[in-house]
Design a protein around this ligand. Structure first.
Ligand code: ZN
Length: 203
């Protein structure tokens, strides 16, 4: 059954959200129209503004409405150490728990040839040019300990080994404590701190 073209469109649009099927989308649409039009207007405005203004940080690629994000702009961060993660949510998880004081590089995903995500999509060229700047002496690869995350870590390590002086940059991979197949975002902060402390150099 269908409501009206505009309501149907709204329901269909809400289905772009992860985990939202037709039934939930319908519930949300009717809720906004029946009970919370003000909230709906605020949502529409925030969404338009965010889509218009939020881009990528030039340095770490995370979401940012400034050319360089707030974290990359903090002078007290340790610019020697760069932590490579898959998502902005991973940055947040590490910031909350791991006691890490360096800078980040956010891949915005992992290598996934089936989905058309290759080195370009992950900004690896940007990463390599950043690493060749020579201020960075340690790279911590903190991609998820999943098959895809491990493959991505391996690829990045090879790239660094081929293109940069291996004496100048120590490449480590977080290891202990993060469950195999787990995602950093869902790991508790104690475990994450332990995983950082126990990071291993590639041999
Ligand atoms: Zn940044």
């Amino acid at each position: 059954m269908s409501f009206s073209p505009l309501i149907d469109d709204l329901i269909e649009s809400l289905r772009c959200l992860p985990g939202v099927g037709r039934k939930s989308a319908q519930r949300m649409a009717l809720h906004i129209l029946e009970r919370n039009r003000e909230g709906g207007a605020v949502l529409a405005q925030s969404l338009t503004l965010a889509l218009d203004k939020v881009g990528r940080c030039e340095q770490c690629r995370t979401h940012s409405e400034l050319p360089v994000c707030r974290l990359c702009s903090q002078p007290e961060r340790d610019a020697d150490t760069l932590c490579i993660v898959e998502t902005p949510a991973d940055v947040l998880a590490i910031e909350q728990g791991a006691g890490f004081r360096g800078l980040y590089f956010v891949l915005m995903g992992h290598l996934s040839p089936m989905d058309g995500i290759g080195p370009n999509e992950l900004g690896l060229e940007v990463l390599m040019s950043r690493l060749s700047d020579a201020t960075i002496s340690e790279v911590i690869i903190a991609t998820n300990p999943t098959i895809e995350g491990d493959a991505t870590a391996h690829f990045i390590h090879q790239l660094i080994r081929q293109q940069l002086d291996p004496q100048a940059i120590n490449v480590t991979r977080i290891a202990h404590g993060v469950p195999i197949g787990g995602e950093l975002e869902y790991v508790d902060s104690g475990t994450l701190a332990h995983a950082f402390a126990g990071r291993k150099s590639y041999t």
